[in-house]
Design a protein around this ligand. Sequence first.
Ligand code: HEM
Length: 124
Amino acid sequence: MEIIEQMGEQGLSDLVAAFYRRMKDDTLVGKMYPADDWEGSEERLRDFLIYRFGGSQKYIEERGHPRLRMRHMPFRVDSAASNRWMEIMRAAMDDVKVPSPSRETLDDFFEQTANFMRNTPDAR
Ligand code: HEM
């Protein structure tokens, strides 16, 4: 079953809202986001996921091709940051009780994408 059919655009919006409620308080990854534009960040991730999983094309119309890896280059994404992002997303998926099989599809997608965003070797 498609994510968008099972969760609807509203379900994805609720997930992204839960994610940023947690991210705002995070001291490792949370402080990378522009502190005066949480609403904008929420809108971009929401629109991206809706577009990526078969809903409205608003993200592409407003932002163009996602080029996510390039857009993350300004941020220091090492394994700690990538793991923390994923932990927060999993907690958000628990918060809103994303149903199976969307849960497994999203979990795989987030994990792969979060690993792909890594751009900085771990400090030793
Ligand atoms: C791996 C750790 C990650 C870190 C530290 C991180 C951090 C950030 C930060 C600081 C921004 C800029 C704020 C904004 O414009 O919204 C951003 C943008 C964004 N991130 Fe991430 N992110 C990570 C992983 C991911 C993953 C896994 C996805 C997708 C599933 C994702 C999707 C996006 C999108 C769609 C944007 C907005 C791009 C645009 O400018 O249109 N990020 N991220």
